[in-house]
Design a protein around this ligand. Structure first.
Ligand code: ATR
Length: 289
């Protein structure tokens, strides 16, 4: 009888709050599309005071992995004994994988960021010039590391709090990085190859970034990790200036790929169909954002 009981592969996304996470939509789409049997991907609302106990109990509860979102990425890093090299460098975890040695913390945010640019703007290359990054928070850490690894010759960080950007550079061991104030942004734009917004400015309900993009070279790529709205004020201004733009939704979709592959053994695709599904959930029909 016992061998007739199906083995269920359970994965969750942990956050607080978690109700609006689109990770279940993405992973359950791939589970169905790739015909993965007896797999479940669910939301787990985890308040900060229950995080440590929850991580400890994941395996007992039958989970083979998890995603980790706001505000738990740093705290989960501290809860786990094993990490991959990128999570160790960032001291933050967005993906947990049950390996033969136990639970391992990984971080795929930087991968998701680069993969999005690679797919949406295949002619752009990181090594062609300095990258300008707005913000120095958790997302900025993953992105700066990914750009550094991809060969960006210089990373220019524009941040309100100077010391926070300095700490980021020191923690990540970035060799060629500089901090600029918002007032100095024109200088940061000289010869820039990329402009990325990692702050929450431009998100629905927040004020828009109002930046004069005139000093950016015509070859610069502009991207935003904010994807609600899909075309932020920054992306709109860049498009109107004739610059190539990449929206932030692709980062969310691509960061999910390595986790899915590690849990279920099949590499999923970020397709137009998946993108349309997530956009529909956001109430957007492509081209009408
Ligand atoms: P996350 O971890 O999701 O990246 P975060 O840690 O809250 O988010 O970081 C938010 C980033 O947006 C920071 O760089 C923050 O600047 P400070 O380091 O000076 O706080 C930036 N940010 C948020 N609100 C801002 C505002 N109104 N003006 C300028 N920068 C802002």
């Amino acid at each position: 009888m016992k061998d007739k009981i199906p083995v269920i592969a359970k994965v969750c996304v942990m956050g607080w709050p978690i109700a609006h996470s689109r990770s279940p939509l993405i992973h359950n789409f791939w589970i169905r599309q790739l015909g993965i049997k007896n797999a479940i991907y669910e939301r787990l609302a985890v308040p900060p005071e229950e995080l440590q106990e929850t991580v400890k109990s994941l395996v007992d509860w039958g989970f083979i992995g998890a995603n980790v979102t706001v505000p738990h990425k740093e705290a989960v890093f501290a809860c786990l004994m094993r990490h991959d090299a990128i999570a160790r460098r960032l001291k933050a975890v967005n993906t947990i994988v049950l390996t033969e040695a136990g639970l391992e913390g990984r971080n795929t945010d930087g991968y998701g960021f680069m993969a999005n640019l690679f797919h949406a703007a295949p002619n752009w290359k990181a090594n062609r010039g300095p990258a300008v990054m707005l913000g120095a928070g958790g997302a900025a850490r993953a992105i700066a590391t990914a750009l550094d690894d991809a060969g960006a010759p210089e990373i220019r960080i524009v941040n309100r709090t100077h010391s926070r950007a300095e700490t980021l550079i020191r923690d990540l061991g970035l060799k060629n990085a500089a901090v600029f104030s918002w007032e100095q942004i024109d200088r940061a734009f000289v010869n820039a190859n990329l402009l990325v917004n990692t702050t929450t400015l431009g998100m629905k309900g927040e004020r828009d970034l109002e930046i004069d993009l005139t000093p950016l070279p015509a070859t610069a790529l502009v991207t935003d990790i904010v994807y609600t709205p899909l075309e932020t004020g920054l992306l709109r201004a860049a498009r109107l200036r004739g610059l190539t733009t990449v929206d932030g939704l692709g980062m969310l979709l691509h960061q999910a790929v390595p986790g899915f592959e590690a849990w279920f053994g099949k590499r999923p695709q970020v397709s137009a169909e998946l993108r349309a599904l997530v956009l529909a959930d956001m109430g957007i029909t492509e081209g009408k954002s």
